[in-house]
Design a protein around this ligand. Structure first.
Ligand code: CTP
Length: 401
């Protein structure tokens, strides 16, 4: 039941607006309160009387006017709602929200709303495929909105293709899941996350390692678990402990070989893997069973190194249904190198850090990331906390899943 939950339903002007009536019924039957805000065009397709009767609430449709009781309604309405669902969302309202345009009751209230927004697009398939619409939807994903992808099929305009609004039952069940569990669509999803450095043993005393703190990987695991996912966190040696989230299964490893084994164990059952660990690319060819002695003082020591298995590349080869996300830490030609890794390792997304950016990289609590996808999408973020960067990465992953 959704008793006590408050849903703002935004309706824009498309033929699918008639389905909004059914969506209101589903929310009301589940015990939620619903308030509707619509664009002028929405009411060309469905009447206010219908929406008011079904929602048992006043319908919002103007920023100024006689009905307005001299409060800033678009703000008070948005303070009221737990979620904002825009169904149907036309190319126009998607474009407005993506670009911060607020010129009517729906667009102003959307801009003033700071909790979870669900967008259910509905439009002609050629409009939906247009680069401008796709870019706007990417912007919305980046802003944290959840896009409820339209279905394929016959459209009211006579075309057949992708653009038909998702059925009200499915929209309802996605929002219902979010409202009941506090989790997003990641509820019940399984993730593999790697974090931290690896240590490649030279002898019983020494190892080859790196400066990775593990903070980024742990922040990712926390963020995923906080959204309801089950996370296998395969961690190299760090001083970190996952927080109280119950969804994290911590597997501690030391060497790249142990990390490989753990990843291969959990990867097949996972929906996605995010590989944030700084895995050593080389290991000593021989692990000395005894401590290497100095022998003659001042004489150099030759250490022969051999490559480790590239875990991420192996996972790219064995990928079935999984969404695979890699990291790239670069010092020059950053985007070119990251793109090369994305393609060569068969990834869906790659998160790039540049060691040239101040505040990014190992030793910091902050990070400056760029996310690239395998469809030439590129999303650049400002310097921010590793927690916020983790939230942005997970937003992106969620929208691809
Ligand atoms: N990675 C891995 N196994 C390795 C090396 C790297 O799984 N043996 C993964 C890392 O977890 C990261 C990605 O590969 O997600 C890229 O790591 P990075 O060190 O930036 O790149 P490499 O592919 O190792 O290439 P190079 O060091 O030459 O830049």
């Amino acid at each position: 039941m959704l008793t006590g939950k408050k849903v703002i339903l935004g309706i824009s002007g498309g033929i699918a607006a008639y389905k909004a009536a059914y969506l209101i019924r589903l929310f009301r039957k589940a015990g939620a309160e619903v308030k509707v805000v619509g664009t002028a065009n929405a009411f060309e397709f469905i009447t206010k009387v219908t929406l008011e009767s079904l929602s048992e609430n006043k319908v919002y449709h103007q920023v100024f006017g006689e009905e307005n009781d001299y409060t800033t309604e678009h703000v008070s309405l948005t303070d009221w709602g737990d979620v904002f669902v825009v169904a149907p969302a036309t190319a126009n309202i998607i474009g407005k929200l993506a670009n911060g345009i607020a010129d009517d009751a729906l667009s102003t209230s959307l801009l003033a709303f700071d909790r979870r927004v669900f967008i259910a697009p509905a439009m002609n398939c050629k409009m939906y495929a247009h680069d401008a619409v796709q870019q706007n939807m990417d912007k919305l994903r980046k802003q944290g909105a959840q896009i409820i992808e339209p279905a394929e099929g016959f459209l009211a305009c006579g075309y057949e293709g992708k653009g038909r609004m998702e059925e009200p039952e499915n929209i309802f069940s996605i929002v219902d899941n979010y409202l009941r569990t506090g989790a997003s669509s990641l509820s019940g999803r399984k993730f593999l996350v790697t974090a931290g450095p690896t240590r490649e043993s030279i002898d019983p005393v020494r190892y080859l390692g790196n400066h990775s703190s593990g903070k980024m990987g742990y922040a990712l695991a926390e963020e995923l678990a906080g959204r309801g996912a089950v996370v296998h966190l395969v961690s190299g040696p760090t001083h970190l402990q996952p927080g109280s989230s119950s969804g994290i299964h911590l597997v501690r490893v030391t060497s790249s070989e142990e990390m490989l084994q753990a990843c291969m164990k959990y990867y097949p059952e996972c929906d996605a893997a995010i590989m944030a660990a700084a895995v050593s690319d080389f290991k000593p060819a021989i692990q000395h069973p005894r401590k290497i002695k100095k022998n003659k003082p001042g004489s150099p020591l030759q250490l022969e190194l051999q490559p480790t298995t590239d875990i991420l590349a192996r996972m790219g080869k064995e990928k079935k249904k999984q969404l695979l996300v890699g990291f790239a830490l670069e010092t020059d030609q950053e985007e070119t190198n990251a793109l090369k890794k994305l393609n060569e390792k068969n990834l869906d997304l790659i998160v790039l850090n540049s060691l040239r950016d101040e505040g990014a990289g190992f030793a910091h609590d902050t990070n400056k990331i760029t996310i690239m996808d395998n469809k030439q999408g590129i999303f650049r973020y400002p310097l921010q906390s590793k927690q916020k960067a983790a939230a942005d990465i997970v937003n992106m992953v969620e929208s691809y899943i």
